[in-house]
Design a protein around this ligand. Structure first.
Ligand SMILES: *Cc1c(COP(=O)(O)O)cnc(C)c1O
Length: 379
């Protein structure tokens, strides 16, 4: 099946249509072998030497993700954090990274730690202020602009086209954490980004049973060469079974993301004017400040993540979270089951998250059950 001829949904559903040799399996075999036989003449007839940097277990999932992102190449990592860290470590030591104020909490903290260790220099920008971001890039171009849109946990939108154009004009690279929109809704490389990062633990896998990450690049480059070296020789690699599960999860990616996004929109609309809430944060609502930009750069939905702010404050938000029955109280996102989390108490001291905020990851359950659950939990 040729990539150019078929829609992403078709490519994902059929895992690019690859058929395994010998038995013509539609579901691929798992490749646990760590090593590969050498021929009598010293050659490697299978084309592989050792699984740390040449595991066939990754081939199909990486090829599929590359096709979905419109990427030159994709690489799997043992977690989203490993993927992001590998990219940061592929920059020249001390490179300046310009990161958004609102972003995945653990990665923001980790960037600050890397900066404290002198591995990178770190500055922050306001996610949604395009004019200020342009000015920042022009006055002091970073080596790497980091973007997350919609951004955890308040779902601010960064204008990808504008950010990438500004970065390109001043020689900065752009990496986009696209965990939340997934390639189903946004393809950052086509909008000018150089790299896309995923926590494949989330939507790409979708079933809360794999921790994995991925990077994809628009074109080969010295930084990408170092990314590949860092994985091959740094040795942080995903297990073959996890790669297999990830590919299986990705086959239903489009279906899951579209269904969950539609449910998230229905939930946001239902509770938008609910007096028990101080705010519903969701880029699919016309009142969201990033709505027009989101509509331009997200196709077919605004994602399945939203947050609600409980009018009666932090204790009421905690109590409402405690009453949820269909939504599971758990961290993470992007799974088939809906998850709810009081972010402030999870993030702890230094959290920038409003204390009255509950983050919702909408799954694929019947939306009526999710609506009823939220309604009873809010009391
Ligand atoms: C979970 C997550 C990460 C980190 O990924 P892990 O797989 O948990 O290491 C990074 N960015 C976003 C947006 C995430 O949701």
């Amino acid at each position: 099946m040729s990539d150019a001829k078929h829609a992403p949904d078709t490519l994902a559903a059929q895992g690019l249509g690859w058929i395994a040799p010998i038995h013509r399996d539609l579901a691929p075999p798992i490749h646990p072998s760590s090593t590969f036989e050498r021929g009598a003449d010293g050659s490697f007839p299978g084309g592989r030497v050792y699984a740390r940097d040449q595991s066939p277990a990754y081939d199909q999932a990486e090829a599929l993700l590359a096709a979905l992102e419109g990427a030159h190449q994709a690489l799997l990592f043992p977690s989203g954090m490993a993927a992001a860290t590998t990219l940061l470590q592929a920059l020249e030591p001390g490179s300046r990274v310009l990161a958004p104020r609102a972003m995945y909490w653990a990665l923001r903290n980790w960037m600050q730690e890397l900066a404290a260790r002198g591995q990178i220099a770190l500055d922050f920008y306001d996610n949604a202020d395009t004019a200020a971001l342009r000015a920042r890039i022009a006055t002091q171009p970073p080596r790497l602009l980091w973007v997350e849109t919609p951004a955890n946990p308040t779902w601010e939108i960064t204008d990808l086209t504008a950010a990438c154009a500004a970065a390109r004009a001043h020689g900065s690279l752009v990496a986009v954490d696209s965990t939340v929109p997934t390639p189903v809704l946004t393809r950052p490389l086509e909008l000018g980004a150089d790299f896309v990062m995923h926590s494949a633990t989330k939507y790409l896998n979708g079933h809360s049973d794999v921790v994995a990450g991925a990077l994809a690049c628009r074109a080969d480059s010295p930084v990408w060469t170092r990314v590949r070296q860092n994985r091959a020789l740094g040795g942080a690699i995903l297990g073959p079974f996890e790669a297999w599960l990830l590919l299986r999860g990705m086959r239903t990616l489009a279906l899951r993301v579209r269904h969950a996004s539609a449910s998230a929109l229905a939930i946001a609309r239902t509770f938008e004017r609910d007096p028990r809430l101080a705010a519903v944060l969701y880029p699919g609502l016309p009142g969201h400040p990033g709505h027009a930009t989101a509509a331009a750069q997200m196709q077919g939905g605004f994602g399945a993540m939203l947050s609600i702010r409980v009018a009666a404050g932090e204790q009421a938000a905690l109590a409402a979270t405690g009453r949820l029955q269909v939504f599971k109280r758990a961290t993470s996102l992007g799974s088939v089951e809906s998850l709810a989390e009081h972010r402030f108490s999870v993030e702890g001291p230094g959290s920038q998250c409003p204390p009255d905020l509950i983050r919702l990851s909408v799954g694929i359950e019947a939306v009526e059950d999710l609506l009823a659950d939220l309604d009873q939990a809010l009391g």
